[in-house]
Write a protein that binds this ligand. Structure first.
Ligand SMILES: CC(C)(COP(=O)(O)OP(=O)(O)OC[C@H]1O[C@@H](n2cnc3c(N)ncnc32)[C@H](O)[C@@H]1OP(=O)(O)O)[C@@H](O)C(=O)NCCC(=O)NCCS
Length: 195
């Protein structure tokens, strides 16, 4: 993968950093890269949103509506690898209205070449820390396609537990995983949490 940063655009704000990853706000230059590596890849999109690939135009509309381009630290953002900023997908704490009315959910969606390196667990732990320790959330959710074993495994490794399955008008059925602020405070210290 190549560095997609553009000198013509202002430097996007950094939302989270982990030992190997940076989650940052979106830039215009990310749209084409994200379509090529994520939104246009059927293997990546199988268990994401409506479960199908997006055209470049649809991906652009979706990103402009749902991704954070400015100073917000919540919202869907661009996940990059250190040290050179390769764009590998998206993650972020974003609003979630199921099964309750008003929550934040964590999420991670990565290009195929970034799978199997422990990145989902690494950025997931950082999202939980941000939600509980910086934003003061009382609970955080993770919504997953019920057959998405890798994602479920990452959520449970993070200490989230299965709550229930939900259906909504805007998304296919999802299994909801949850962690409360008490569970976060009482979690066994993981290697990721100590780093
Ligand atoms: C799902 C996804 C986020 C996982 O990312 P990842 O960085 O490869 O995940 P991690 O390496 O942190 O952890 C995955 C764990 O699941 C395990 N796993 C992988 N495939 C599995 C499978 N089919 N069944 C069970 N466990 C599986 C891995 O071995 C790993 O566990 P381990 O660390 O104990 O060995 C990534 O594959 C992806 O982006 N997929 C496409 C988009 C997507 O589905 N996103 C999730 C939406 S909820």
């Amino acid at each position: 993968m190549t560095d997609s940063s553009s000198s013509a655009e202002p430097t996007p704000i950094v939302i989270l950093t982990t030992p190997r990853l940076v989650l940052r706000a979106t830039t215009d230059a990310d749209i084409a890269v994200m379509h090529e590596r994520v939104f246009g890849d059927a293997d990546v999109m199988r268990n994401v949103f409506l479960g199908d690939v997006m055209t470049k135009e649809r991906a652009q509309g979706f990103m402009r509506e749902h991704f954070t381009f400015g100073a917000n630290r919540t919202g869907i953002a661009i996940l990059t690898e250190k040290p050179n900023g390769n764009v590998i997908g998206f993650a972020g704490l974003f609003p979630c209205t199921a099964p309750y009315a008003d929550d934040l959910e964590i999420g991670f969606v990565m290009a195929k070449e970034a799978w199997g390196k422990g990145y989902a667990t690494e950025i997931g732990a950082a999202q939980l820390a941000m939600g509980f320790e910086e934003l003061g959330c009382q609970r955080l959710l993770g919504l997953v396609e019920p057959r998405n074993a890798a994602s479920i495994h990452a959520l449970t490794k993070l200490g989230m537990r299965y709550l229930k399955d939900v259906t909504s008008t805007t998304r296919p059925p999802r299994s909801v995983y949850i962690m409360s602020a008490d569970e976060w405070r009482n979690r066994p210290l993981s290697r990721a949490a100590r780093e």
